[in-house]
Design a protein around this ligand. Structure first.
Ligand code: DC
Length: 226
């Protein structure tokens, strides 16, 4: 059976990653969370106090970074490794979320991440989620989804997710971070978040998780059968 590329783009917190992960599992495809690559770089920049305005420092840092996704059988999902260290939990914390948009607006960062993401997808059969997957990383993707959800639904879901992981954050703090990231991600110069013409929009505000997974699976199976 032919293997396709599925690109899922959209605003922060619409359920892109969780949907992509489940769709990939059911199709026996690889899931690549491109946002995790930007988060890992951001963590490295924070830990090493890289000045975002210093081009040489940014380039030097990018040369020292390796990012891998390693499948954890017990958890049934990929975990993000930065220079061989498991950073899966750390990169989801609020202090990283606060810095990730300015870091991902840097042209050199995007160039490096896009080539890492393309390499990870070399064998095909991929579900990749992010902001520029259908527009820049895989403009040739057979299926492109653009996910949206109301501000309330997004903030409520992320609050429950972080709370479940024992992280102390308020719904207001999350909503503010989403607003700021949406603004920065859509207005940046380098490959901003856009809805490409051939993307199919899915509004997840009132959908059960299983329904949004099934919608993407139905669309994918249609494409696979073509
Ligand atoms: O998907 P996420 O919320 O974990 O992504 C974190 C940030 O990374 C997001 O606010 C912008 C950036 N990002 C990006 O610029 N391009 C992508 N393809 C994925 C994420």
């Amino acid at each position: 059976m032919r293997k396709i590329i599925i690109a899922i783009d959209g605003y922060s917190g619409c359920g892109k990653s969780s949907t992509a992960k489940e769709v990939a599992k059911r199709l026996e495809y690889k899931h690549i969370d491109s946002g995790a690559t930007y988060r890992a770089v951001t963590l490295y920049f924070i830990q090493n106090e890289i000045n975002l305005n210093d081009n040489d420092a940014v380039n030097e840092a990018l040369g020292k970074i390796s990012i891998d996704f390693i499948y954890n059988k017990e958890l049934g999902k990929n975990e993000t490794f930065l220079n061989q260290q498991n950073v899966e939990e750390e990169i989801r914390k609020m202090y990283v979320s606060e810095m990730v948009s300015p870091v991902s607006a840097i042209k050199e960062v995007r160039g490096t991440m896009v080539s890492i993401q393309r390499k990870m997808a070399l064998d095909g059969g991929v579900v990749m989620d992010g902001r520029d997957i259908g527009s820049v990383v895989f403009p040739e993707a057979e299926l492109k989804i653009f996910m949206v959800a109301s501000d309330e639904a997004r903030a409520r879901r992320r609050y429950l997710e972080l709370k479940g992981k024992g992280q102390e954050v308020s719904v207001e703090e999350i909503a503010r971070n989403f607003r700021e990231r949406d603004q920065q991600d859509t207005s940046r110069k380098e490959s901003p978040l856009v809805r490409v013409e051939d993307a199919i929009e899915i509004d997840t505000s009132d959908l059960e998780f299983e329904d949004q997974v099934q919608m993407v699976l139905d669309l994918a199976n249609e494409k696979i059968g073509e």
